[in-house]
Design a protein. Structure first.
Length: 147
């Protein structure tokens, strides 16, 4: 399978997904990760901010519909052959309770190497003011037989 078969998918985007941040979700995350930092567990939401790692909570919300789309398009035939290849984060603005984050997934790169399909996704997140709060670049690898 040559790369040219997949080039048409470069830049493919899905409709955006909205994720609403609440103080309760931030506190639950801090508790689950055993992080006692007051700015993550305060009772009132006014000074509360998310830990940077909370980004994983909202970016993952954009993945299920995108995986459905790459399956529907025939890029991936068997999701049980999927491996997580890693991710990179960029942070731009604090995320706070009440933020409504808009995320979309875009195929940034797609290629075959060592008989495996590599899908690199760009997942930017903007707040309700249109300000970029974070970006995740994540790689999924589809093992042989899955594409």
């Amino acid at each position: 399978m040559g790369e040219s078969k997949y080039e048409k998918y470069l830049g493919m985007k899905l409709d955006s997904v909205t994720f609403e941040v609440s103080g309760d979700r931030i506190r639950q995350y801090a508790k689950a990760t055993d992080d006692p930092n007051p700015k993550f567990i305060e009772k009132g939401d006014r000074k509360l901010v998310t830990p940077l790692a909370f980004t994983s909570v909202y970016w993952i919300s954009a993945i299920p519909s995108f995986l459905g789309k790459v399956t529907e398009e025939g890029i991936v035939k068997d999701l049980s052959r999927l491996l997580h290849g890693g991710q990179r984060y960029e942070f731009f603005k604090p995320v706070k309770p009440g933020d409504k984050l808009e995320l979309y997934v875009e195929i940034k790169n797609i290629y075959v190497k060592n008989n495996m399909l590599f899908l690199e996704f760009n997942i930017p997140a903007k707040n309700q003011n249109g300000e970029m709060v974070s970006r995740v670049i994540t790689t999924f690898i589809i093992r042989p037989g899955g594409f």
